[in-house]
Ligand binder design. Sequence first.
Ligand code: ZN
Length: 104
Amino acid sequence: MPRRSRRKPNICPYCGVEVEKPYKTWQLVAPIPDARGRITITIMGMYECPNGHKWRAVVSKIKVGGSGEVEVEGAKGKSVLKAEEESKAEVEGEVFEIDIEEEL
Ligand SMILES: [Zn+2]
């Protein structure tokens, strides 16, 4: 799977400090399916570094539907999402557990 960026979402863009996980996450569901009939769910996170900087970043992207496959694209591993109750995407009555492998 090609990846466009290796930038970690949990690195402070102001001072470069790496934080453990976002203090808040939420999902953005694309209203229009892609060419293959899949819906893209973007998991966003709010981060705060020890120096008081706050920023938003894309934690991961999930594509569901179409062929029935679930495609997960994430920069940071499951330790981030596992801790969050919101780390479940509900699509058309089905619940998908988000379980992203650490990519190094
Ligand atoms: Zn900072």
